[in-house]
Design a protein around this ligand. Structure first.
Ligand SMILES: [Zn+2]
Length: 226
């Protein structure tokens, strides 16, 4: 059955809700009009080391964060659809997708994934893949060890924390491929940069990066003071 038809039928039993304010919305809508007006479209020019391009759908702020929290809590509601389809539209506008071979969500360490029950980056990647008609690969790159929560680390500490934290088990899968790497939120871009480096070292031809939300870029003095 067609995805949107299924979503509309399901909405007859479980009404689709805005992931920001819980108001009932149409099944094809991402957010209610009020909330959509309050969120900020990403227009920055952040770049990720080693990547062919970077883009994001929204600026990460207190208006969009409830949707990201909902996504991470697993009370998914309309959050994966809203964030994923908004990101797919952004990617279509800003990245040349014709030559992309497959999508890779930023992986979680196995124990973390089991604890949470799902990988939120994968939920987003699946929405993007469905809309853009590109396959999603969840087994080409693995997170090989636990890392500290990046939240309270400076940009430099984040890079050190992630060093060699990812591994490609079979480089035949990535060799000469153009890959779209997807995360839910990008802060400094160090996770995307580390995975990009690993994919490129294993022969990937190009890695394009995209995230639903990008936090404001830290100023140089902030980075030094964190
Ligand atoms: Zn709303």
């Amino acid at each position: 059955m067609n995805y949107m038809l299924k979503k509309k039928l399901l909405a007859l039993i479980f009404p689709t809700r805005c992931p920001l304010c819980s108001r009932v919305i149409h099944a094809h809508e991402k957010f209610c009009d009020n909330c959509y007006d309050s969120i900020t479209i990403y227009k920055g020019n952040h770049s990720v080391r080693g990547a062919a391009a970077f883009t994001a759908a929204f600026e990460y702020d207190s208006n969009i964060s409830p949707a990201v929290i909902l996504l991470k809590r697993g009370i998914r509601g309309n959050a994966a659809y809203a964030l994923g389809s908004a990101l797919a539209e952004t990617i279509k506008e800003r990245i040349q997708t014709e030559n992309i071979d497959f999508i890779v969500p930023v992986p979680m360490y196995d124990t973390d994934r089991k604890k949470r029950g799902f990988n939120q980056a994968e939920l987003i990647a699946r929405e993007v893949g469905r809309i853009l008609g590109i396959d999603v690969s969840t087994d080409c790159i693995k997170k090989t060890r636990l890392t500290q929560n990046q939240k309270n680390l400076s940009a430099r500490q984040r890079t050190v924390n992630l060093k060699k934290a990812f591994d490609v088990e079979n480089s035949d899968i990535v060799r000469n491929k153009q890959i779209l790497l997807i995360d839910d939120v990008c802060t400094t871009g160090s996770t995307l940069a580390e995975i990009t480096k690993t994919l490129r070292q294993n022969g990937a031809a190009a890695v394009y990066c995209a995230a639903c939300c990008k936090t404001p870029d830290l100023k140089k003095e902030d980075v030094e003071n964190v």
